[in-house]
Design a protein around this ligand. Structure first.
Ligand SMILES: [Fe+2]
Length: 435
């Protein structure tokens, strides 16, 4: 199989793709340059967003010392909620409004970086909270005007939030996640120091690593950007623009690295080579999916993390039940890829091969099963729960999950096959357990 013909130029359809990239500074020790980077952006008084676990780590002190060494006043907000909600976004925005800050620093995983994006937005722009939330759940208004500078320092190897203009949260009244999407939310710098991975609990390494893998797979298998009509105005070009040659290149290398290193990185905390490699894989995938979009596994994940009732994974702070983002993605992923494979079987087979599966004799009809089977093997090798049943869902939850997932049209529209609510019910049934 090959996929040389994925981008077919059709008269009237899109022929242009965007490459919106955060300026990334990558490498062990780069945190020491945080102050210089912030000062170069004109920051004198920074709101520093983090959570209580990260605040207790020596690398956090190193980052704050780097800011203060450049004469930057760093005021710390360490109450970011893991898996943020509309309520926690609003609290973080109140802190931003009250402090007369001229810049934002986020030091944490996706929850922290997304919270800083939202705090920056809602303390800079007028309007109601739902104005900027993705339609049709919110009003999906365009963010007008630039926000204040934001330097994002990811501490997990997975979310890629430093490279995207997306902030995801649980909308409590809907019991599902949704998000805010705007190129204006793209951080000005990604300060990516792989040393953070050395202290990650195994469960966090697994959840975030699988999130990165699914970012790369979903971007690689998204509908091609050439399948959309050409926009009349540049503002009509969506951020989830579909697979394109730029995102393909990044996602392929990300999958190659993650296939080689994820299992090692989860199972051996001392394997710094593997853990650092996963930080690089996640960075590549973040830029890749930020310029293509995610689809079915992410759409299915949001109601799962929004409705979890009893599951409490090891290694996460707090006492409330949660299904961490990456975990909620990967427990749905095998069922999702079996379903989407007929849309572009050659790309599903390629994804499996890049992750390390033997695809020598794989024919198109088997591509989804081969990719899903390989992911299931990786899940078992890293102690990830067995499907959505493994995080507490039963057959009775399926209808509600499917109804909530069908609202994620922004994601579902990028899937390589069409998905309706009846499909989603079958998909969740198939995702209850895999082995
Ligand atoms: Fe994700």
């Amino acid at each position: 199989m090959n996929c040389c013909h994925y981008y077919q130029f059709i008269p009237g359809n899109e022929q242009v793709f965007s490459a919106d990239v955060t300026r990334i500074r990558y490498g062990c020790g780069v945190l020491k340059e945080l102050g210089q980077e912030a000062r170069a952006l004109g920051i004198k008084r920074a709101a520093v967003y983090t959570d209580s676990r990260i605040r207790s780590l020596p690398l956090f002190d190193e980052a704050v010392a780097a800011l203060r060494a450049e004469g930057i006043e760093a005021v710390i907000y360490d109450e970011v909620r893991v898996e943020p909600t509309d309520v926690s976004f609003k609290e973080a925005a109140r802190f931003a409004k009250s402090g007369a800050f001229d810049g934002f620093i986020s030091i944490g995983g996706g929850s922290v970086i997304d919270t800083a994006k939202a705090a920056n937005l809602y303390s800079s722009c007028e309007g109601d909270f739902m104005d900027y939330v993705n339609a049709p759940i919110g009003r999906g208004l365009v963010v007008s005007g630039p926000l204040r500078p934001h330097l994002a320092c990811p501490t997990t190897a997975g979310t890629g939030s430093e490279s995207t203009g997306i902030a995801v949260f649980d909308l409590l009244e809907m019991k599902s996640k949704t998000g805010i999407s705007s190129r204006a939310l793209l951080p000005d710098r990604g300060i990516v120091d792989p040393r953070w991975t050395e202290s990650l609990p195994a469960t966090v390494m697994a959840a975030t690593g699988f999130d990165a893998i699914s970012h790369a797979l979903e971007a690689l298998t998204a509908k091609p950007f050439t399948s959309r009509p050409s926009p009349e105005n540049i503002s009509g070009r969506p951020m989830p623009q579909g697979a394109n040659p730029f995102s393909d290149t990044l996602c392929r290398e990300s999958l190659r690295q993650a296939g080689k290193y994820l299992v090692r990185a989860v199972n051996d905390r001392a394997d710094h080579e593997a853990r650092h490699a996963m930080m690089y894989a996640a960075t590549l995938a973040g830029v890749g999916f930020g310029n293509a979009g995610c689809h079915l596994p992410h759409a299915m994940s949001y109601p799962v993390s929004g409705r979890v009732e009893h599951y409490r994974p090891e290694g996460y702070p707090g006492v409330e039940p949660i299904c961490p983002h990456g975990m909620s993605v990967i427990v749905n992923a095998p069922a999702a890829y079996r379903f989407t494979a007929p849309g572009c079987p050659e790309r599903h087979a390629e994804g499996a091969e890049l992750l390390g599966a033997d695809t020598h004799d794989t024919v198109a009809a088997e591509a989804g099963a081969v990719l899903a089977g390989h992911i299931e093997e990786m899940m078992q090798a890293t102690g990830v729960p067995n499907g959505i049943g493994g995080v507490g869902f039963t057959e009775e939850a399926v209808d509600g999950l499917a109804e909530a997932a069908s609202a994620q049209q922004r994601l579902l529209l990028v899937a390589p096959v069409s998905v309706d609510q009846a499909d989603l019910r079958n998909l969740y049934r198939n995702a209850l357990s895999y082995w």
